[in-house]
Design a protein around this ligand. Sequence first.
Ligand SMILES: O=c1[nH]c(=O)c2[nH]c(=O)[nH]c2[nH]1
Length: 284
Amino acid sequence: MATRVSHNAYGKHRVRISKVRRPRQAPPNAERHELVEVAVDVELQGDFEAAFTHGDNRQVIATDTCKNTLYVLAKDHPIDSVESFGRAVAEHFLGRYAHVEQVDVRLVEQVWDRLAGSDHSFVAAQKMTPTAAVTHRRGESPAVVGGLERLTIAKTTESGFVDFHRDEFRTLADTTDRILATEMTAAWRYSAAEADYAAARESIVAALLERFTDHYSHSVQETLYLMAGAALAACADIGQITLTMPNKHHLLANLAPFDRENENEVFVVTDEPFGYITATVDRE
Ligand SMILES: O=c1[nH]c(=O)c2[nH]c(=O)[nH]c2[nH]1
């Protein structure tokens, strides 16, 4: 039977790296550390087909080598943003290996917050996680996507869901006052590779949060679209944003058997099943 490889890629995933930055300062704060942690996926495409089809490994840069490379690059790079570190990783593999055609780097940051003003103790932030993805094809400029995971937000009113499609399978009642809660994932695409990633992230997150609260929501769908528009308006460097907003349901608990009226106060919080709503919004 004739077969052919129509796509291949390989690399190392979840290379977790932490780095202690020791910015030089005058005493007494000479040892005020910063802790940065990132998990990196790196994938290579290029002239690797013979390894799949002929057991010929001569072109294969071992995934172990990929991992080692990430530690070396972490030493040489300040890791001042996940986007810029991702770009450095992609540039390294393209620059070093002529048979690599495309590098895909995905990065997820673990944010460490300073603990009680200490110079060297930190507490892991449970909240929002910065992410980045860099795709760099030889001869092209890198495509840089910034993003975030686990932005968990809720509003206790100013949200409803009515007039949705009626048929014999519908049981959900209209509501004009409900809890809207989500654990958002966002990914924004930079129009040009060069940008102030940290400033962009700050203005995008601020715009997303402000828009979440500033309107009456007719649905997660509508709120998602408004938030995406606010992010595009707030940051001229991005041309597209994808938001994913699972609907973390808070269902009114039935207290009637216990002779109590539930005046929109007590809810059953369910993880599964959950509504899943996503859209990509482009600047026109
Ligand atoms: O905002 C919502 N969008 C939906 O599509 C949906 N579906 C549902 O059951 N509840 C909700 N809420």
